[in-house]
Design a protein around this ligand. Structure first.
Ligand code: PGA
Length: 245
């Protein structure tokens, strides 16, 4: 995993945009996995500023994760969030997003459908954030490195960190869809974005500890084309000898 330090959130967001553009340069119809959260928000803003002529503006997309069992038009659904901050402002039609149907009758069949779609299209670039417990998407601790797209139960830690969007922990859906770690490992390139002092300890563990499902993001260490872009605050506990720039 290559480490690319950023000064702050703005620098991280701009670096992510520039790297994504370079990685997608030679792909004719690129497919990009999209995360949600505070960390990628500046990256999406950078994409929107460049407009639909950018390479990412012309790509097709896959939703990284989604809550299970909420209405399609619920503002708190993660696909609605992507609509608001990225797809809508760039005028990207919904048919260019492979999204989970949150209210599907059979969640297991819905997860299998998305897995099939992704295996068919392939993934050119997966953009990911890091959860406070080391999760990627909703691949919570204990997720196998070869796991596929599936329904999962959220850990209390993830419920707590999402409570602010739902008006309390009891309101957060208990289950979610997520692309699997094995699914994400098929991406031709991966960018992990990590920002803020509150991620410093978990980031150091992701970089230093032996890869293990107990810390899902350590699966990225074995990938050939993965770049971590993290700001100084998030890198504060990482030995400077490991920083490349
Ligand atoms: P954040 O979320 O970007 O809002 O910190 C990351 C995550 O929990 O995956």
């Amino acid at each position: 995993m290559r480490i690319s330090p950023a000064e702050d959130f703005d620098d991280l967001s701009e670096q992510a945009f520039q790297l994504a553009e370079r990685l997608l340069a030679r792909r004719r119809q690129p497919v990009v996995v999209l995360p949600t959260g505070n960390t990628p928000a500046g990256f999406y803003a950078a994409c929107v500023r460049r407009g639909s002529a950018s390479r990412i503006g012309k790509a097709s997309f896959v939703q990284l994760d989604e809550y299970l069992g909420i209405a399609a038009d619920d503002r708190r659904s993660l696909s609605r969030w992507l609509d608001r901050v990225f797809l809508g402002p760039l005028g990207i039609e919904r048919d260019r997003l492979i999204a989970f149907n949150s209210s599907a009758e059979s969640p297991d069949r819905e997860a299998a459908r998305v897995e099939r779609c992704v295996r068919e299209t392939g993934i050119d670039l997966a953009i990911l954030g890091l959860g406070p417990n080391g999760h990627l998407g909703f691949n919570e601790p204990g997720s196998a490195f070869d796991s596929v797209t599936r329904c999962v139960s959220l850990t209390p830690e993830s419920i707590l960190s999402n409570a602010v969007y739902w008006g309390g922990t009891s309101e957060v859906p208990a289950r979610a869809f997520t692309l699997g770690l094995g699914t994400l490992a098929t991406a031709r390139a991966t960018i992990l974005l990590v920002c803020g002092a509150h991620k410093a300890r978990i980031l150091r563990r992701v970089i230093e500890e032996k890869p293990s499902p107990a810390l899902p993001a350590t699966c990225l260490r074995g990938l050939p084309n993965c770049t971590l872009i993290a700001d100084r605050a998030a890198l504060a506990e990482v030995p400077s000898s490991l920083l490349t720039a």
